[in-house]
Design a protein around this ligand. Structure first.
Ligand SMILES: NC(=O)c1ccc[n+]([C@@H]2O[C@H](COP(=O)([O-])OP(=O)(O)OC[C@H]3O[C@@H](n4cnc5c(N)ncnc54)[C@H](OP(=O)(O)O)[C@@H]3O)[C@@H](O)[C@H]2O)c1
Length: 280
């Protein structure tokens, strides 16, 4: 199996490239400026012969998208349409990464692949647009929806908390009314390689086992790094950001497990492994 990874220098893309390297899977990585998926003449033809394109390239600034709607849609919907078109012309399958932000978060139970989508923010709308382009393209595809990623090669919540712990006289305030399943990009990369070997296609949900609020996640980080530090739980209304976030966006992984026979590790394991990695 040969892969082409788009967005290979990003947080997830970097770990997918490492996972391929460790597993002895041949993978070529591409990113800006070599390939710009927003340009018709952007060079998708530079992709070398492969069986799968794994697309991690995306506009990922959730708050920024509220002001840069055009840019978000250029990359996350129209760029994905170009990739799907290239895959169709080349007879190549596509594994595309999507997001829990296609849901509105009003559910009280984990979202399945068949749950109704209703994004609350521009980023979620643009990612949903990308999903729709793939579904209507006629190619073989897997759309892997995931959530709340943290990894060594990118900005993420864990890094933000680490930089703020013990900084300044004010205790850290973290929202306690948004529930998800924080997912380590190394665990997700392993899951993606498993998915490529299933022969299945369609939408599938992949994130850590378990769930927590951002406040609970921050407390778990602090318990390892700086036990005893005070963190204050706040509501989303007290911590207003440009983009609305779903209150509850836990993804149901039943289909992933039935396809792969694998259960995703708990978020607590991902956190410990990530902290060990960045501290070593
Ligand atoms: N991070 C999360 O919490 C999260 C949650 C759910 C789903 N996801 C999805 O997971 C995937 C990977 O996310 P990530 O966190 O690894 O994102 P990331 O670190 O921002 O990586 C995205 C990569 O895509 C590149 N890129 C941006 N615009 C491009 C374009 N026009 N053409 C080609 N490449 C372009 C970026 O380059 P530059 O850095 O130079 O812009 C970057 O290397 C994305 O599809 C994202 O929507 C992420």
């Amino acid at each position: 199996m040969k892969l082409a990874v788009l967005g290979a220098n990003g947080m997830l893309g970097t770990d997918i490239m490492s996972a391929c390297n460790n597993a002895g899977i041949s993978a070529n990585g591409y990113d800006l400026p070599e390939i710009d998926i927003t340009r018709d003449e952007g060079g998708l033809d530079k992709i070398e012969n492969c069986d799968w394109v794994v697309n991690c390239a995306a506009y990922t600034d959730v708050d920024g998208a509220e002001k840069e709607k055009g840019k978000a849609f250029d990359v996350n919907r129209d760029g994905v349409r170009r990739i799907a078109g290239w895959c169709r012309r080349s007879g190549v399958s596509l594994l595309h990464i999507s997001t829990d932000y296609v849901f509105d978060g009003k559910s009280k139970t984990a979202y399945s692949e068949n749950s109704r989508v209703n994004p609350l923010n521009i980023y979620g709308m643009s990612k949903l647009g990308g999903e729709e382009e793939i579904k209507s393209s006629g190619i073989n595809y897997i759309i892997a929806r995931t959530q709340s990623l943290f990894g060594a090669n990118g900005r993420n919540f864990v890094r933000t908390i680490l930089s703020r712990l013990g900084n300044g006289p004010e205790p850290l305030k973290v929202v306690d009314d948004q529930v998800s399943s924080p997912t380590y990009t190394v665990h997700l990369s392993d899951a993606i390689l498993r998915l490529l070997n299933t022969g299945e296609q369609g939408i599938v949900h992949v994130s850590s086992s378990g769930e927590c609020t951002w406040y609970q996640f921050a407390c778990a980080i602090a318990a390892i790094i700086q036990p005893g530090v005070k963190i204050i739980p706040v509501t989303s209304n007290e911590y207003v950001r440009p983009a609305k976030r779903p209150a509850y966006s836990v993804l149901d992984k039943t289909l992933y497990t039935s396809w792969t026979g694998h259960v995703m590790p708990p978020w607590e394991d991902g956190l410990k492994e990530y902290l060990e990695r960045i501290r070593s």
